[in-house]
Design a protein around this ligand. Structure first.
Ligand SMILES: Cc1cc2nc3c(=O)[nH]c(=O)nc-3n(C[C@H](O)[C@H](O)[C@H](O)COP(=O)(O)OP(=O)(O)OC[C@H]3O[C@@H](n4cnc5c(N)ncnc54)[C@H](O)[C@@H]3O)c2cc1C
Length: 479
């Protein structure tokens, strides 16, 4: 795939209608794009006929930031735009089976009908379930990597034949988090959990207070004010605990007419102000830092709330007014987001390193946007390509104005140079060979072998950076 490069390659003999009907597909925030021939499907049979006879790649909703879904000049199987969106709940087994067009929101709503929920999820729900699973999409807390909940999957091999795998198959753990190297995946079965209410606490505090405040919580995420004191940055801390009787909603915040009150008001709306007045980013944050503000809000979440992990108030955040601020000016719609995983016990060190690094880059007129997100994945995933395969990690999310996305790649490279065991997010990291060390050559070769076993003729074409990382272009042993 070529970033910011629309140079079409020579059409391949296998490609159908290549010149006639190409369209441009874009990654989220439109930084990566490629020209493809689109294909939508209404049945597994026609999909199987298609993959047997063509070279192709798979696209979900094309919401990955890093363009992992884009392989230019190819037939693209547009899963998110197809109608294979079944979603069947088995309430006794507490599982749900869904298709490649099913979105996360659809899956969550279907589960709710049976008083069930997903164990964990990312903060946006328009993605396809399968696109999210195969890129290692995560939330935070236990079982944070969504793919940990998968018990079975079926996919089509290069002959269009159905292959079904479950957790007891040795290749299962490679196939389910395989970022476009196994596909199309045509169904997945996930475990679900009973509905539950949580005590959600949100503080504005200092990093030095985090350990004490998060004690006893079952899930923690924090967001760092990037231009605050690098020795002890200002953070917004969010924890979840099992809701207990007697613990009620509470709110402690400074008087709105004090400097600290005004700063709190600004910080809580920071993402909107940041968009409107980018030049004020650093001075506003320095002011908030000096005022040393504190606040605490406790909410008891509604067990039927679909996005309680990210927005503890009832209903979806997008359903509340003023929508123009929550929608149009939120970082989701205005910033490029790059993320990677670092070992949890080194997260604070990495964040402080990033703060010092970006402050030096002021002379280059680069400013991080919004806050630095840190989600704690508190257990180990059994999936070799999950961020937390080696142990608990912190998923670090960096944001910048879209035109500045390449600076985030540089930051990723600096962190990779300074720290060991930095692992990729397959929908957000720049996919570079420096990740090879933390992924392990043995695991990489297992996925490469699996891909070659099922697609010996090479008709499934993953993204170019993925091909390079897995060395998929090397001749097959038999050729
Ligand atoms: C606003 C926003 C918020 C996000 N929040 C989070 C978050 O909270 N946590 C997090 O971890 N990530 C998050 N992400 C990242 C996002 O979850 C992933 O990038 C996800 O893959 C996007 O899903 P998609 O359906 O758009 O897949 P695409 O981007 O279209 O595809 C991703 C990969 O999946 C493959 N693929 C898709 N469908 C199939 C199939 N049927 N068979 C085989 N391969 C397939 C593609 O080839 C590609 O390699 C966010 C992204 C956005 C835009």
């Amino acid at each position: 795939m070529a970033a910011l490069d629309d140079k079409a390659r020579e059409p391949n003999a296998h490609q159908i209608d290549a010149k006639k009907s190409t369209i441009r597909v874009y990654s989220w925030m439109k930084v990566f794009f490629g020209d493809i021939t689109p294909h939508r499907f209404t049945s597994e049979e026609t999909l199987a006929d298609f993959v047997r006879d063509n070279e192709y790649c798979c696209i979900g909703q094309s919401h990955s930031y890093n363009g992992v879904q884009v392989a230019p000049s190819l037939n693209a199987v547009l899963m998110g735009k197809s109608t294979l969106d079944f979603c069947d709940v088995d309430p006794l087994a507490k599982t749900v089976t869904c298709g490649p067009s099913t979105t996360i929101e659809q899956l969550k709503r279907e589960l709710l009908e049976y008083d069930l929920k997903m164990f964990n999820s990312g903060n946006y729900m328009a993605q396809t379930v399968i696109g999210a699973l195969v890129t290692g999409t995560h939330g935070y807390g236990a079982k944070a990597t969504m793919a940990d909940a998968v018990t079975q999957l079926t996919f089509l091999d290069g002959q269009g034949k159905i292959v079904a795998l479950n957790r007891s198959d040795p290749s299962f753990r490679y196939a389910i988090l395989s970022f476009g190297t196994i596909g199309p995946i045509i169904s997945v079965t996930l475990e679900a959990a009973s509905l539950e209410s949580f005590q959600s606490d949100a503080w504005i505090t200092r990093l030095s207070k985090k350990n004490a405040l998060q004690k006893g919580s079952i899930a923690t995420s924090w967001a760092v004010v990037p231009y605050s004191d690098p020795d002890d940055p200002l953070i917004m801390l969010h924890t979840l605990r099992q809701a207990k009787t007697g613990k009620a909603k509470k709110r402690h915040r400074p008087n709105i007419l004090s400097w600290a009150g005004i700063a709190t008001f600004i910080i809580e709306r920071y993402w909107a102000i940041d968009r409107l007045l980018p030049a004020l980013r650093r001075p506003l944050q320095r002011l908030a830092d000096r005022l040393n503000i504190r606040s605490h809000r406790r909410t008891i979440t509604d067990p039927r709330d679909l996005d309680y992990l990210y927005d503890p108030e009832p209903f979806l955040k997008s359903q509340r007014s003023p929508d123009i601020l929550t929608g149009l000016f939120s970082t989701t719609h205005t910033a490029y987001n790059l993320a990677f995983h670092v070992p949890l016990d080194r997260a604070e060190e990495v964040v402080k390193f990033i703060l010092l690094e970006v402050d030096k880059w002021r002379s280059l007129r680069f400013f991080l946007k919004s806050l630095i997100g840190v989600r704690e994945l508190s257990d180990k995933s059994p999936l070799p390509f999950a961020g937390n395969f080696e142990g608990p990690t912190a998923a670090i999310d960096l944001f910048a104005d879209t035109r500045d996305y390449a600076w985030l790649e540089r930051l990723q490279r600096e962190v990779l140079t300074q720290f060991d065991q930095v692992r990729p997010h397959w929908g957000k990291s720049a996919i570079v060979h420096e990740f090879e060390a933390s992924l392990g050559t043995e695991e990489i070769s297992r996925l490469r072998d699996l891909h070659r076993h099922h697609y010996p003729l090479g008709n499934l074409k993953p993204n170019d950076r993925v091909q390079r990382l897995l060395d998929l272009n090397r001749p097959m042993p038999s050729t």
